[in-house]
Design a protein around this ligand. Structure first.
Ligand code: HEC
Length: 310
């Protein structure tokens, strides 16, 4: 009896550990995924009209406090730092590929205890022997785990380095700060294209009109609600036209759905049925969130771009 109780406890502990691991893997996925999730959530609440719109955290914001550490401490005893988000300082030992390098504790001589850094957005090689501070999640190097955490990234290390670093600590860096204080892993922010500007012009009309539809329905102001719902409907028609011209069937479908919900509001207002009109508000907001989750990208400066290819 005693034995079976014990094994139950072990099973429960393993299950909990598995849960914690999968949970942290979920929240610690690549910055792009993080920001997309944040956007979808922030968008969903703002667009459904629950409270003031809350901006998502900047892309790459770690979900846990950062742990400062020297590369030498990681090399000597990595275990306490595994899965933590670290700011790790060390001297560059070698640039190993376009997106990876190793750091060491000593500027003057190799110690044989270097720590791998993978920085998918690295913009230029690091200066060998100079100090860098890297920010990112520390894991033990394993090709499958790197692929799971960095969805759009291809490991570009040599086969020899892959073998050499297997099971050793690696920092999946979102920032690489050099001695000049410059983050050489910061992606440049592309200028807005004509498409971005065209969409921005349509989109910025939507939140105020959507808010006004809600308010006028609440106060049973039927003419006011008709006016605002027409603005929403016209904006959705423009979005539909935009994505149809891009041959993007999925985004066009969401725009059509949004237009249909706006039209349903107008039909019900025509029947003086304010309560029925209100039922379209939430599904209308859901079309914004669906499209933004896939086709809108937030830049580090808080501006948005059309995300091509979803
Ligand atoms: C079919 C796709 C789609 C739908 C539906 C959609 N949006 Fe957008 N939205 C986008 C895209 C793409 C962008 C990024 C535009 C750009 O490139 O600047 C955007 C940007 C925005 C912005 C940021 C504008 C700026 O630059 O400041 C707001 C606000 C916005 N949308 C609100 C809404 C609201 C509210 C709804 C629903 C009532 C909605 N959108 C429905 C695709 C969509």
């Amino acid at each position: 009896m005693k034995r079976s109780t014990k094994s139950t406890v072990i099973v429960a502990t393993v299950a909990l550990a598995a849960f914690v691991t999968s949970f942290s893997a979920t929240i610690a996925s690549s910055p792009a995924v993080l920001s997309a999730k944040g956007l979808a959530e922030a968008g969903a609440s703002a667009e459904a009209g629950q409270g003031p719109p809350q901006g998502p955290p900047p892309a790459g914001t770690p979900p846990k406090p950062l742990v400062p550490v020297a590369a030498s401490s990681v090399a000597n005893n990595p275990d306490p730092y595994v899965n933590e988000y670290v700011t790790m300082t060390g001297a560059v030992e070698a640039n190993l590929s376009r997106t990876s390098f190793s750091v060491d504790q000593d500027k003057t001589k190799p110690t044989g205890k270097d720590v791998l850094v993978i920085a998918p957005t690295l913009q230029k090689p690091t200066d060998v022997n100079a100090y860098v501070t890297v920010i990112g999640q520390l894991i033990k190097f394993d090709e499958k785990e790197v692929a799971a955490k960095l969805k759009d990234y291809q490991i570009d290390l040599s086969a020899a380095d892959v073998a050499k670093f297997k099971g050793k600590p690696v920092v999946l860096a979102t920032a690489v700060i050099n001695t000049a204080g410059i983050d050489i892993a910061k992606k440049p922010i592309p200028p807005m294209t004509a498409d971005d500007l065209a969409l921005q012009k349509i989109m910025t009309k939507l939140p105020p009109a959507q808010g006004a539809v809600r308010k006028t329905l609440d106060s049973k102001d039927v003419p006011g609600a008709k006016e605002q719902a027409t603005i929403v409907k016209d904006a959705f028609t423009q979005i539909e036209t935009f994505f149809k011209a891009k041959n993007n069937a999925e985004a066009t479908k969401w725009a059509t759905e949004g237009r249909n919900h706006a039209e349903a509001i107008l039909v019900n207002l025509g029947l003086n049925n304010v309560e029925a009109a209100k039922t379209s508000i939430t599904p209308l907001g859901a079309t914004c969130a669906s499209c933004h989750g896939k086709y809108r990208e937030r830049m580090d400066d808080g501006t948005f771009r059309l995300k091509i290819g979803g």
